[in-house]
Design a protein around this ligand. Structure first.
Ligand code: NAD
Length: 455
């Protein structure tokens, strides 16, 4: 058999532009049918998806379920609300324009490019895809080459479900990404690191293409003196060590009131054992580091401070134990870069203003966590800090609420998605004024009215 010639990116883009111009993607029935097809494809292919997630990150069935169930819920949410979302919004028209009506239409951009990361390789390309379809766009998807098994499964599922002129997956690494970014898309949705985000934005600037950037950074977790210690520890351990800490919104570090630090650390230790057993490397629920490069990067961070829980590593198995570290300084690499792994540094504070100052001296985080029973302190945190999202008395769970827009601010990103925000951010607002021929107000025509002339 002759080998297939490689797909030319410019050809796919041209095909999609032509398909978009037919207007089919704007039709509401078309959009609903495509969302239903996507749901069916994901449901039918769950075993293959779970297998790929296991191969890439050693995700357990439970974690793989967690990664995919959110997508299905997002599709259901979009199907339930799409008819309302697409309705043109009537707005007021000033009397000097009468007779007329004014509406805002949510219009698709055209052909959008979605670039995905490797940590939730399936969820983080499928969830934006839902917003893109709901808004009526054509899509080119590029999953991360680093989670290679998931990338293959995504290409296969999309390839057998959709026409390439509507949605097409292009697999490949940084070179392919660069080639894609040199093309003129109508919109780009990128999830990944802050530094690559800057590369994406400058490539987009060459074509004046609008971008959504879902980036990372160090998300702080503050624990007040007055908190429910058991739930606090349990929820921190879950959010930090799920997917072996390779979660963009995982608490990066803890800032704990000094009076409860020891008690909290004891409970964190307890819940690590409860969730993953005394030897987490044997737990069926504990993920692995994605590759050797990240393994070495993380293993290097273990040399800072004093390890109080965990610290074991195994290169052959790409295993790094759930680890808690004390006595780190802000000058150490571990506090300078996003950890993105199962290492939790713990710092203490004595006064909430001190914790707030620490956060405000640093780039605006993607997520901010605050554990406290004190309502006044909760308000103070909300008023005095900036972050993409906030979760009070829990970690990571704010992402699972489809009615809450998700995204960063400043260095943690720009633009929002999930639920209606996904639809809105894959659309632009088209303003339409519709005038009547019933009569014609004279005020704007020459010669100017007498009163105007005198002035
Ligand atoms: P990454 O930035 O290395 O890669 C993301 C995508 O960009 C991949 O598809 C990759 O092929 C492409 N890419 C990489 N280098 C490139 C270059 N020089 N030019 C053009 N394209 C390039 O990110 P990653 O390592 O896959 O993911 C980890 C980062 O992503 C972390 O910082 C994490 O916080 C962040 N993240 C953010 C979110 C969010 O929703 N905000 C979600 C997951 C991960």
């Amino acid at each position: 058999m002759l080998a297939q010639p490689p797909v030319r990116i410019s050809n796919i883009l041209e095909q999609q532009k032509q398909f978009f111009r037919t207007g089919k993607t704007k039709n509401i029935d078309f959009r609903i049918a495509q969302l239903q097809k996507l749901k069916q494809a994901i449901t039918e292919n769950q075993p293959a998806i779970f297998k790929a997630l296991k191969a890439d990150l050693n995700k357990s069935g439970f974690d793989a379920y967690f990664e995919t169930v959110g997508i299905l819920k997002e599709i259901d949410y979009a199907l339930k609300h799409i008819k309302n979302w697409i309705k043109p919004q009537k707005v007021a028209t000033p009397y000097h324009q009468f007779p007329a009506s004014s509406h805002i239409y949510a219009e698709p951009f055209g052909v959008t490019l979605i670039l995905g990361p490797w940590n939730y390789p399936f969820n983080l390309v499928m969830t934006p895809l839902i917003g893109a379809i709901a808004a009526g766009n054509c899509v080119v998807l590029k999953p991360s080459e680093i989670s290679a098994q998931s990338s293959g499964v995504i290409a296969e599922i999309i390839g057998k479900t959709f026409e390439p002129s509507f949605i097409h997956v292009i697999e490949g690494g940084v070179e392919v990404s660069k080639e894609l970014l040199s093309e003129k898309f109508d919109h780009i949705f990128f999830t990944g690191g802050t530094e690559v985000g800057k590369i994406v934005m400058s490539a987009a600037a060459k074509h004046l293409t609008p971008v959504i950037l879902e980036l990372g950074g160090k998300s702080p977790c503050i624990v007040d003196e007055n908190t429910h210690l058991e739930y606090t520890a349990k929820r921190i351990v879950w959010g930090k060590f799920i997917n072996a800490g390779q979660t963009c919104t995982a608490p990066d570090y803890l800032l704990v009131h000094k009076n409860i630090k020891e008690k909290l650390l004891n409970r964190i230790d307890k819940y690590i054992s409860e969730f993953y057993g005394n030897i987490p490397s044997k737990s069926p629920n504990y993920s692995r580091i994605i590759n050797q490069k990240h393994f070495f990067r993380l293993a290097n961070l273990l040399k800072y401070g004093k390890i109080v829980v965990g610290g074991e590593t195994n290169l052959k198995d790409l295993y790094i134990a759930p680890t808690v570290i004390e006595q780190v300084s802000w000058e150490d690499n571990i506090m300078q870069e996003e950890i993105f792994g199962p290492i939790l540094p713990v710092l203490e504070y004595t006064d909430l203003d001190e914790a707030i100052a620490i956060i405000n001296e640093r780039p605006k985080p993607l997520a901010l966590y605050f554990f406290s029973n004190n309502k006044q302190h909760q308000t103070q945190i909300l008023q005095a800090t900036t972050s993409g999202g906030v979760c009070i008395n829990d970690t990571v769970m704010h992402l699972t609420i489809p009615s809450l827009p998700f995204g960063g601010v400043g260095e943690s990103g720009m633009g929002r998605y999930h639920g209606k925000a996904g639809f809105e951010n894959f659309s632009y607002q088209r303003s339409v004024l519709n005038k009547s021929f019933l009569f014609d107000q004279k005020w704007r025509y020459y010669p100017a009215p007498r009163g105007q002339k005198k002035r």
